[in-house]
Write a protein that binds this ligand. Structure first.
Ligand code: AOF
Ligand code: ZN
Length: 380
């Protein structure tokens, strides 16, 4: 027997069956069955019931028996309310499916879209709640990126619970992309939005810009304004356009959810500007008297803003791009040619074509006569 062959057969001899299972699990093979995947899809679906914005991510959880039957379901309804796991445990009890002779979830598997939290925030740690409830196994899709909240998997394992992760991880990550990015970078996720002609102009030479895009695109913007925490413009835009920056229905009435309205810049503004009107269900307005984008973003993060939409004008937009602070571009492009000097973006610090920002389209959707384009920076 050659040396190589001998060492290979030795390796085989040392592999016991449980070790083999363990290795296959580590490789992501064989740890999940169809019932687990079905349960995780249900958990992802439940998570969508939660709010898309705010301090906390959308999370869903289901409790299943060893045969895969779902006996409890829950989702997180926003900061300050029960986490998904706790909601699912309460549902288990409400369904009369709890084990009343001992820990209520004895023998059950918890299938959760996010790693159960390990900290006491506004609510208690979910890892502990699952341990107390007696679950036998926990399967989660994606890790909690929070510094204080993560570590739930280790806590569960220390308590003797079987823990596996990575099932439908891509789907779960997409679901919490904005929140997780904001949490990792410790500043809001920034969407830069602008409307533009096909040749990249935002207005004609005389400054007139109403309306470059059609009603469908405008409606999409107003709908998205309800899904973000805050909207930001520079003082120049307030002076030039006097925008209201509310989320409105087609008939002009206010939508139920409104973003915080943020003005960036030191210039003193007319208190009669429409943005300062905070009556009748309009969003609250704050002026950040700074030109330092990083400190503005940190202030907003501390105010609870996780998703910020920057709506211009061109100077502010360009500053965000130039400082690499844009997480996602949202461009409404009209099939119009305007030409002339008023471009959607100004100086990006690109002196040579090799310095151009390289983007990648992630979504392109026709909206009436216009196109909605979502893009991210390549290698982002
Ligand atoms: C979970 N399950 O359903 C959610 C989790 O202030 P709290 O107590 O609501 O904690 C918020 C943090 O908990 C949040 O930043 C995130 O890390 C995690 N969210 N964790 O186990 C849930 N929503
Ligand atoms: Zn939790």
């Amino acid at each position: 027997m050659g040396e190589e062959q001998a060492s290979r057969s030795r390796a085989h001899a040392y592999f016991t069956y449980p070790e083999l299972l363990q290795s296959l699990k580590k490789l992501g093979v064989m740890s999940f069955n169809e019932q687990h995947e079905f349960a995780m899809r249900r958990a992802l679906e439940l998570a969508l019931n939660g709010p898309a914005k705010g301090l906390n991510p959308r999370v869903g959880a289901v409790l299943i028996t060893t045969s895969g039957e779902i006996v409890g379901e829950g989702w997180h309804r926003g900061s300050g309310t029960d986490h998904a796991e706790v909601a699912a445990l309460k549902d288990l009890e409400a369904n009369g499916r709890a084990n009343f002779n001992g820990p209520i979830a004895t023998g059950l598997t918890a299938v959760v879209t996010l790693e159960p939290c390990n900290h006491t925030g506004k609510t208690g740690p979910c890892a502990q709640a699952l341990i107390t409830a007696g679950v036998e196994r926990v399967i989660f899709a994606t890790k909690d990126p929070g510094a204080a909240s993560s570590g739930g998997a280790a806590t569960l394992r220390e308590a003797g619970i079987e823990v596996d992760s990575g099932l439908l991880e891509t789907e779960a990550e997409e679901l919490i992309r904005v929140w997780a990015t904001a949490t990792r970078q410790q500043r809001p996720f920034v969407t830069l939005k602008y409307g533009s002609s096909l040749d990249g102009r935002s207005a004609a030479a005389d400054g007139s810009s109403k309306w470059i895009t059609g009603p469908e695109a405008r409606r999409d913007v107003h709908r998205r304004r309800t899904q973000i925490d805050a909207i930001l413009v520079g003082t120049g835009t307030i002076i030039a356009d006097d925008p209201e920056l509310t989320a409105r229905h087609r008939d002009g009435s206010l939508r139920a959810e409104q973003p915080i309205r943020v003005i960036l810049g030191e210039t003193e503004l007319d208190p009669a500007a429409r943005i300062f009107d905070e009556t009748e269900g309009k969003g609250k307005t704050v002026q950040l008297r700074t030109r330092d984008l990083n400190s503005a973003l940190i202030t907003l993060f501390d105010m609870g803003v996780r998703h910020l939409m920057v709506e211009g004008g061109a100077v502010v937009a360009s500053e965000f791009v130039r400082h690499n602070l844009v997480n996602e571009y949202l461009i409404y492009m009209a099939p119009k040619l305007i030409g002339g000097p008023v471009t959607s973006l100004g100086n990006l610090g690109v002196a040579n074509i090799s310095q151009a920002k390289e983007l990648e389209f992630i979504e392109i959707k026709p909206l009436g006569p216009d196109l909605m384009i979502r893009a991210i920076e390549r290698n982002n």
